[in-house]
Design a protein around this ligand. Sequence first.
Ligand SMILES: C[C@H](O)[C@H](O)[C@H]1CNC2=NC(N)=NC(=O)C2=N1
Length: 96
Amino acid sequence: MTELLSDSAADEAVRTLSGWHREAETIVRTVELPSFPAAIEVVDRVAELAEAADHHPDIDIRWRTLTFRLSTHYLGGLTERDFALARQIDALLAAT
Ligand SMILES: C[C@H](O)[C@H](O)[C@H]1CNC2=NC(N)=NC(=O)C2=N1
């Protein structure tokens, strides 16, 4: 069963990620792509990952800059589901 992480566990977990930081009960990563189409392609691939995980980030799209924000909405905080998807996004971005 998915459970909320403690404050210290969340802080420790975010340090294991690439380029994410904590903002209250969310984790956030901003990345710039070479072009708007490249950014949209990343959004599309993240959407596939999110659907497969049944866990979805908030995505802010501003030209070539994407900001991903993760939190487990139904529990109102951070859970392992957020970090699992964040790791998948990191792997996707590392290969882009
Ligand atoms: C019914 C479905 O499983 C839920 O609504 C899922 C969908 N995606 C989700 N995404 C996120 N980030 N948090 C959730 O609580 C969540 N719940």
